[in-house]
Design a binder for this molecule. Structure first.
Ligand SMILES: [Zn+2]
Length: 437
């Protein structure tokens, strides 16, 4: 099927020259962008772009989708207490059904807030994959391995990961790709970390892990192992260009050099870091200097509490400006890049998505610009600022992935919104009552 998105007020391409087009159209055929600009050809379906802005769908480089069920359950706590007294006990009571509805709830939120691709790490990933397939979204999914340095537990985690690899192969959904997910250097043994790395190489998959999230974590690790987390991971041979490291807040300049040398990418989660008071700000300007690929993530909804990438872009810009006393340190264009084309680079999907260019897959969102806060627009030079500092996820009107319309005029077409809201609410309450029984 072909789709013509006709006469958009603005098209933000995120192509190599970051072109912003005014009064232009996009033609999609068989899921692919085939023409941009003044399109003369017709199409099977026409979507009116007047009063709207078309841009690449946003890419969330780090989340734990089914944690939507834990949203708002345990706020305003210190990370380690939060994990040990609230989150882990609750997670030990998770079921396949809870994770499925939590994932559907997350998919719904992402479709409605303009995210078209995400990278996930959690449990019951077969159920997450089912939800993603039904929703029409694109995802990179990993089972979160935690062995707590117990060999028997390590074996079980490997079995579960192997089961998930087999499941994804059988599912064979072209929008879902595999990643390996050893949770963190402080929850996984060397054997588990290296098994994940080697398996990822064999399966041509990415690896994701949490790295240097808080000062306390980094300090304790250094006390116990006599070296920093990144130094340890480098020493055991875990770091590679396949790795996406979430957070990277507490990194020294030597650790940044190691990340650069080994080709590691970073998923920066500013909202989660601020909410859990990680005690510092990830050194993004230095990462940019080292040309380390960086993308934005929300982290799970229990530490955010949304999956809203518009909010994440704005907070990212404001946080770094405030922290460095420098309003030029994180310009709007850079922030938008971190949620689109640069995020695609982090996920090794930049040949396929992340910008509006002929030959790329049609992962697109349309924003309704008929809002008081979008007036005035001074011209194409300020459109990017409007997107990062002014736009809200509630402006997302239409979401398209792989040329398929997932939401049109605010109505989600692939999922039963009311049904999912009801089921997710009841699954969340059941989960909490199991944990507190
Ligand atoms: Zn995380």
């Amino acid at each position: 099927m072909s789709i013509l998105i006709k006469d958009c007020d603005w098209i933000v391409t995120e192509n190599a020259t970051r072109d912003v087009l005014q009064h232009a159209s996009v033609l999609i055929d068989h899921g692919e962008i085939v023409e941009i600009g003044e399109v003369k050809r017709g199409a099977d379906r026409v979507i009116e772009g007047a009063g709207k802005l078309l841009m690449p769908g946003l890419i969330n480089c780090h989340t734990h989708l089914s944690m939507t069920l834990l949203r708002g359950y345990a706020d305003d706590m210190v990370l380690q207490d939060w994990l040990t007294t609230k989150i882990w006990p609750l997670e030990s009571m998770l079921t396949s059904q809870a994770c499925y509805y939590g994932a559907l709830l997350g998919c719904l939120e992402m479709i409605k807030s303009g995210t078209t691709t995400f990278m996930d790490m959690y449990f019951f990933m077969e159920d997450v994959a089912r939800a993603v397939k039904e929703s029409g979204l694109r995802a990179v999914l990993s089972y979160g391995m935690i062995d707590l340095f117990e060999p028997e537990r390590g074996k079980r985690e490997i079995e579960k990961t192997n089961g998930f690899i087999g499941f994804l192969k059988a599912m064979n959904c072209p929008r879902i790709t595999l990643a390996l997910g050893p949770h963190a250097p402080y929850t996984c043994s060397e054997e588990t970390l290296l098994w994940a790395k080697e398996t990822a190489e064999r399966e041509h998959a990415l690896v994701q892990t949490h790295l240097a999230e808080t000062r306390q974590e980094q300090a304790r690790f250094q006390r116990e192992k006599g070296m920093k987390e990144t130094e340890y991971l480098h020493k055991i041979g875990f770091l590679s260009a396949n790795l996406v490291a979430a957070h990277c807040v507490w990194l020294s300049s030597d650790e940044l050099k190691i990340l650069k040398e080994t080709g590691v990418s970073v998923a920066h989660c500013p909202v989660s870091n601020m909410k859990l008071a990680s005690g510092g700000v990830a050194p993004l300007p230095e990462m940019f200097e080292q040309q380390i690929p960086v993308g934005l993530g929300t982290d799970g909804a229990s530490s955010n509490n949304t999956l809203d990438m518009f909010e994440t872009m704005k907070i990212c810009a404001l946080l770094h400006k405030l922290h460095r006393w420098d309003p030029t340190v994180m310009p709007a264009q850079r922030c938008l890049d971190l949620a689109t084309i640069e995020a695609a680079r982090v996920l090794k999907l930049d040949q396929k998505i992340g910008s509006i260019e002929p030959g790329k897959q049609a992962d697109l969102i349309l924003l309704n610009m008929r809002s008081p806060y979008f007036v005035p627009i001074h011209g194409k030079d300020t459109v990017i600022s409007d997107l990062v500092y002014t736009a809200r996820s509630s402006n997302v009107n239409t979401t398209i992935v792989d040329g398929k319309i997932l939401m049109h005029e605010g109505k989600v077409l692939t999922l039963d919104e009311d049904g999912i809201l009801k089921k997710a609410q009841s699954e969340a309450l059941k989960l909490i009552s199991r944990a507190e029984a």
